[in-house]
Design a protein around this ligand. Structure first.
Ligand SMILES: [Fe+2]
Ligand SMILES: [Fe+2]
Length: 172
């Protein structure tokens, strides 16, 4: 057993092998380091400029929104696999929101309540739209970022959201 640390969310994964994605925030293998060498974004002192702050606040809204929508979708399905999958996505999106609050050193906002469709297929299609929007937006935010940690965070998130589309497409 070894301790691995995710450089995006800072959480530890304990296991025999490095996971292919961070189980908490979904960041790819390249961001997961052996315990001693990890430099998590959330532990850095980051000078956040006005543009990055606005982008991070928009991210916080988007992630809190996605968290609530996925919990709604988890509640609608009668298939356990889909329920568990949406609960996992909701936790990952909440983790993204929490990372933003750590970077900005602000309080975590109250959880939202959102509505969603009754059918799994409608919810899958809505999920693809949400994730496609988020992935593209974060790619833009990564380009706009002046600060290395913020660039790294948005770059990692853009890929995580893109991978969520691949996951949902397995069900469509
Ligand atoms: Fe992570
Ligand atoms: Fe997210």
């Amino acid at each position: 057993m070894k301790t691995y640390i995710c450089e995006i969310c800072g959480d530890a994964y304990v296991g025999n092998d490095k996971p292919s994605q961070c189980p908490f925030c979904g960041a790819g293998k390249g961001f997961i380091k052996g315990g001693a060498e990890a430099r998590p974004v959330v532990n850095e002192t980051i000078e956040v400029n006005e543009k990055d702050r606005a982008n991070l606040m928009e991210t916080l809204d988007l992630e809190m929104n996605a968290n609530a929508i996925y919990l709604c979708m988890a509640g609608k399905t009668d298939k356990y696999e889909i329920k568990a999958m949406y609960k996992r996505l909701a936790k990952i999106e909440l983790e993204h929101a929490v990372i933003v609050t750590k970077i900005l050193k602000i309080e975590r906002p109250e959880a939202l309540t959102k509505t969603c469709a009754d059918s799994d297929v409608d919810n899958f299609n809505e999920t693809v739209k949400l994730e496609d929007n988020a992935s593209k937006l974060y790619a833009t935010f990564a380009q706009e970022a002046q600060e290395d940690n913020i660039k790294k965070f948005f770059g990692a998130l853009s890929i995580v959201e893109k991978e969520h589309i691949e996951l949902i497409k397995e069900y469509l």
